[in-house]
Ligand binder design. Structure first.
Ligand code: GLU
Length: 549
């Protein structure tokens, strides 16, 4: 998981300012900063050439260069790295020219305090990303590669292929919300992407995470399309998100940002248009606020505009646990397929959010032993098995796993490489790569996360005979019960938990069997087979509808 420090190069010759800025940055724990200080332009350029700089803080008056010239010389070398110019009151004209010429921001040293400095850095990094890197995220590249591979294996018509590579609609909004400190207003980026409008309304979660970007949301929307197609749900894929760290916000701040985001995308969503749901960093409460904001604008309650709501608002029994429960139904099928007895099997889980913690619970009910779990704060390892009740109690009290005393501490990287039978990545994308796939020591990778495994890693795992239960199958329990919730909402009819679980199991096992049969028949891997099942459903529908006009 990403918790890397932000690497700052500070080019400043005044020792008092050097100390002040370094002090402000090094005080921060989240995000963390690594600061390199040099006092001349020439040494700054040398240091920059040596690499590993995320952002430059640049004083324009240096012993070996002065004024706009300092900026231009740096900028010609560091075009894609954000530069924040440091100025004193009397040279703010030069700073303005620097911003015009391409600097991301400027800061008056006399007015600098920690929050002004952090915010300027954060915004400068965000703007750089928004300008140049939005679509080209690793997740989007992976979603593309997977799709193109499947398209090639199924010999998909080229016109259709081109149509499906990019989402049909993408909305990017920048939205303000008030912090609890009344005079502070933050402006953040929000997204909603709808991949394909052919199948009915679109469906997919809303993610709050500091790494959210257009490319990632688009990749996740695309995966939702294949997932819904594979499960034969009458939805296209969508995804949304806000680039924000929800753990840094108070409950009232979370409510305000959620309401404003909902208002910004209100024309895109609706029970017949696009139905949001929880994803990483969001939960039932966030869905309740979204539902309320939408309903306020329509003058009556519209519970079916979101799924994953609290039960008393029309949420479905079993929705909250559905992704973890569904993953374990499929682990059971896959284990049967490869002849792995679950009684006594060992399990390691990366991510202890809604998916990871529920998967832990249900897999243990089948007799397996959870020996390792992790979250952003730490990993935990106990070869004889972790006490899940005790762990949950700890996370309820402390929010994260850090500080749990009755297990050995390990890193997230170590967790992936632990000797176990089943490894469940249930956190972010891009965790199992060509770099570490060789070192995995499990018999099965069961993907609770979206996009945790790169294509190169897939290849290595296949050669090493490690069974991969792909994400579009593995985590589809969530959207499947979301579908049940939506159906119940449209009909004002409430099902029992038993009925929900029985139908969930039926849908997932059927999709597993179809994908497995295709994989064996066509001699392809299960991911490709599952994707093709989903893609075929969607392209079949596209071709029957024909092209407008
Ligand atoms: N966010 C979940 C997913 O990635 C669930 C989406 C939904 O329920 O609509 O599948």
């Amino acid at each position: 998981m990403r918790d890397a420090p932000i690497r700052i190069l500070l080019v400043e010759d005044n020792p008092v300012h050097q100390r002040m800025i370094r002090g402000l940055l090094e005080e921060s724990r989240r995000p963390r900063y690594e600061v390199d200080v040099v006092d001349r332009l020439s040494s700054g350029l040398d240091r920059f050439r040596a690499g590993a700089v995320d952002l430059v803080l640049l004083d324009l008056i240096l012993p070996d260069s002065e004024g706009i010239e300092t900026f231009l010389r740096f900028f010609s070398l560091a075009r894609s790295t954000p530069i924040v110019v440091l100025t004193s009151l009397d040279d703010s004209g030069t700073a303005a020219r620097a911003v015009e010429a391409g600097a991301q921001d400027y800061l008056l040293k006399a007015r600098m305090d920690s929050s002004v400095l952090m915010r300027s850095i954060r915004y400068a990094l965000e703007r750089t990303r928004a300008r140049s890197m939005e679509w080209s995220s690793p997740a989007f590249r992976l979603a593309h590669q997977q799709f193109l591979k499947a398209a090639q294996l199924m010999d998909l018509d080229d016109n259709v292929r081109q149509r499906l590579v990019f989402p049909a609609r993408a909305q990017l909004v920048s939205l303000p919300f008030r912090r609890d400190r009344y005079d502070v207003v933050e402006t953040v980026f929000g997204y909603r992407v709808q991949h394909i409008l052919t199948m009915g309304p679109t469906k997919g979660g809303v993610r709050y995470h500091p790494e959210v970007g257009l490319g990632e949301v688009a990749a996740l929307a695309m995966w939702m399309t294949w997932k819904c197609g594979l499960m034969r749900l009458p939805f296209g894929g969508a995804k949304g998100g806000i680039r924000i760290d929800p753990s840094e916000l108070s409950r009232s701040e979370l409510q305000r940002v959620t309401r404003r985001y909902t208002a910004e995308i209100v024309d895109m969503i609706g029970p017949d248009r696009d139905i949001p749901a929880p994803d990483m960093g969001t939960d039932e409460q966030v869905m309740a606020w979204m539902m309320d904001t939408y309903s306020q604008q329509h003058g009556h309650a519209v519970p079916a505009v979101v799924t994953g709501k609290p039960i008393e608002l029309g949420g479905s029994p079993g929705r909250k646990e559905a992704t973890g429960r569904g993953l374990v139904y499929l682990i059971r099928e896959a284990a049967r397929h490869i002849g792995l007895p679950l009684q006594g099997a060992t399990v390691a889980i990366q991510g202890f959010g809604n998916v990871g913690s529920n998967a832990a619970h249900f897999v243990q009910q089948l007799g397996a032993r959870v020996v390792a779990v992790s979250d952003v704060s730490t990993g935990l390892y106990a070869p004889d098995g972790l006490d899940l009740g005790d762990l949950r109690h700890h996370t309820e009290l402390h929010r994260v796993l850090r500080g749990y005393p009755r297990a050995e501490r390990i890193s997230n990287e170590e967790l992936l490489e632990i000797d176990c039978d089943i490894l469940i990545p249930a956190a972010l994308e891009n965790q199992i790569t060509a770099e570490n796939a060789e070192r995995l020591r499990c018999k099965m990778v069961a993907e609770g996360a979206n996009g945790p495994t790169s294509l190169e890693a897939d290849q290595i795992l296949a050669e090493r005979d490690i069974f991969v239960l792909p994400d579009v199958l593995g985590n589809a329990g969530g959207v499947t019960v979301s579908y049940f919730e939506w159906v119940q909402g449209m009909q004002n009819w409430i099902w029992t938990l038993e009925e929900v679980n029985r139908r969930l199991e039926q849908v997932l096992v059927d999709a597993f069997n179809r994908s497995m049969a295709r994989a064996e028949r066509d001699n392809i891997d299960l991911r490709a087979a599952a994707l093709i099942e989903g893609i075929e459903r969607v392209t079949g529908a596209m071709l029957s509808r024909g092209l407008f006009p």
